[in-house]
Ligand binder design. Structure first.
Ligand SMILES: Cc1cc2nc3c(=O)[nH]c(=O)nc-3n(C[C@H](O)[C@H](O)[C@H](O)COP(=O)(O)OP(=O)(O)OC[C@H]3O[C@@H](n4cnc5c(N)ncnc54)[C@H](O)[C@@H]3O)c2cc1C
Length: 506
């Protein structure tokens, strides 16, 4: 990199930073350098084609790039690879789907950049209620058509749904710092309506307990899905085709490189260099050698909870450092079930409770699972079914191996007890856990104005662009939002309005 000049440096080849970098490169003509500590592009969007992997690389990459750890498998990991069980399968560091499919921020922004995604939308869904599975397809739940509800329940549920959809973004944000439970309790006493929205809130925010979910952020997500014309059984989520989710960061990095920029892997930023409250560049270690790169703009897309590992905290006010370090994370227990033939008919399925406080968890534990290969046949060998199942776990639970194993047991048992032929068809399983699906959980006091701003008010030239900095809603779409906001702050242009439709802007 010696003697090369860049207009902006992005820390991390995940989604947020490269979104900002791609917009600045393509639209502002800026020369952008992306520095990624892992050996591959992807961050938490890393994907694996198992025909080309080995167990050690897989384990190392999911831990390094995606905050995800291998826990166990059946048979054990070496055998899974050696015996060829995983041949022809492709999947992620943990389950991944894209909310709102082609009308969500990720695809809208990539389309704007000339790189639309290939997406496989869900067009059917299952919802377990009272021990029975209810099947929906192509939006058949439209208008609150939930068969387990009586007329009064439907009317009440419809009222709450309409309230969420019609609300203005400003009003939604006014509920950022109160919980979904509090918001709901004063609006309805109808149990079926509350139960429905609490499960929905978990799936939106990866948090089981509605008392921990921000009402504002959850409402913004419901509002966006409905305004995009989607339902949970119709395009409300999708999986990107091969090579999988990693195509998102790969496409963003492609744009940067096509416009004169550079993406370097195995490049760890050791320190952001700051003098007199101004960014001067970075100190980076590439292949064991340290190098200083001067640059007036640095965009950090590493998680904000970890930013002080390489941005010295003495440059920030104590209250800011304390707040950022105190953010708690939302994680998941993710299980892949490899089935010899198709057992589950629905593309995505919601189970309101598989465990609870009585088992030592924080709250009722809900499960979701995806028929990935049903949506995208390229994900599994012909005739086989790949199911991606998950439960939400708060970070403390994700680090408690006993609880994690209990969750896995309950997940598998639910499938065996409720899906005929599941036990016989199961060929292999792979169990992973992550403490950072959402590194700053979408909880009251952790969303909206609580997050670090895209443009640092403390250090000139320092910007943040990740799903843990200024943005709304969850995960990939949040990271893209953060990237667009950062590009707007750097350029002075309103890319948020230019790129995103009204329902995705706030
Ligand atoms: C198990 C799991 C399941 C998920 N499921 C979904 C899902 O279904 N749908 C969805 O939309 N999203 C999902 N997500 C979330 C999604 O992957 C993230 O929202 C998205 O990847 C965030 O992008 P980002 O740029 O903010 O951060 P990241 O992807 O984490 O990128 C940050 C990058 O910065 C790099 N980095 C950090 N520090 C340094 C340094 N000092 N020097 C150089 N590089 C550095 C990291 O290695 C990383 O590559 C999931 C995440 C996980 C972990």
């Amino acid at each position: 990199m010696k003697n090369e000049k860049f207009d902006a440096i992005v820390i991390g080849a995940g989604v947020g930073g490269p979104t900002a970098g791609a917009i600045l490169a393509k639209k502002e003509g800026m020369k952008v350098l992306v520095l990624e500590k892992a050996s591959r592009v992807g961050g938490r969007d890393i994907s694996f084609n198992f025909s080309e992997e080995d167990p050690e690389t897989y384990k190392r990459l999911i831990a390094n790039a995606a905050h995800t750890w291998y826990v166990k498998s059946e048979p054990d990991l070496t055998e899974l690879f050696k015996q060829g069980y995983l041949k022809g399968y492709s999947f992620e560091a943990g389950i991944h789907t894209l909310q709102i499919t082609e009308r969500g921020r990720t695809n809208v922004c990539l389309t704007y950049l000339g790189k639309p995604l290939t997406l496989f939308p869900a067009v059917s869904a299952g919802w377990w209620h009272g021990g029975e599975l209810y099947h929906f397809e192509n939006g058949s739940e439209r208008g609150g058509n939930f068969p387990w509800m009586n007329e009064r329940d439907k009317e009440e549920c419809g009222k709450i749904n309409r309230l969420m959809v019609k609300i203005s973004a400003d009003e939604a944000h006014s509920y950022d710092h109160i919980s979904l439970k509090e918001w709901m309790e004063v609006r309805t006493d109808n149990q079926n309506t509350k139960d429905f929205h609490y499960v929905n809130g978990t799936m939106n925010c990866t948090i089981n307990d509605p008392a921990n979910i921000s009402a504002g952020d959850c409402i913004l997500m419901n509002r966006a899905v409905a305004r995009a014309g989607k339902r949970f059984s119709y395009g409300g989520c999708s999986t990107p085709g091969l090579p999988g989710f990693v195509q998102i960061p790969l496409k963003l990095c492609e744009v940067i490189e096509e416009h004169g920029g550079k993406v370097v892997t195995r490049a760890t930023v050791k320190e952001v260099l700051i003098e007199n409250r101004k960014v001067k560049g970075v100190l980076v270690e590439i292949e064991g050698a340290e190098e200083k790169i001067e640059c007036p703009i640095v965009i950090n897309s590493g998680m904000v909870n970890e930013m002080f590992n390489y941005i010295p905290e003495n440059h920030f006010p104590y209250t800011f450092v304390k707040r950022v370090k105190g953010f708690w994370r939302a994680g998941i227990g993710a299980v892949y079930f490899g089935l010899g033939h198709k057992i589950v008919k629905e593309h995505l399925t919601f189970v309101p409770k598989i465990a609870g406080k009585e088992d030592g968890f924080d709250s009722d534990v809900r499960m979701g699972f995806w028929d990935s290969s049903g949506m995208d046949p390229g994900r599994a060998p012909e005739g086989k079914q790949l199911l991606d199942a998950y439960v939400s776990l708060v970070d403390i639970e994700a680090h408690n191996l006993e609880l994690v194993n209990l969750a896995y047991e309950k997940m598998k048992k639910f499938m065996e007890d409720n899906y005929q032929g599941f036990k016989q068809a199961l060929e292999w399983t792979l169990y992973t856990v992550s403490d950072s699906l959402v590194p700053v959980a979408q909880a009251p006091y952790q969303v909206g104005d609580a997050r670090p701003k895209a443009k640092s008010p403390f250090i000139e030239g320092l910007y943040m662009a990740s799903d843990s900095s200024e943005c709304s809603m969850a995960a990939n779409d949040a990271a893209v939002h953060a990237g667009i906001i950062a590009a707007s702050r750097i350029s002075g242009k309103d890319y948020v309005s230019e790129i995103l439709p009204e329902y995705l802007r706030d």
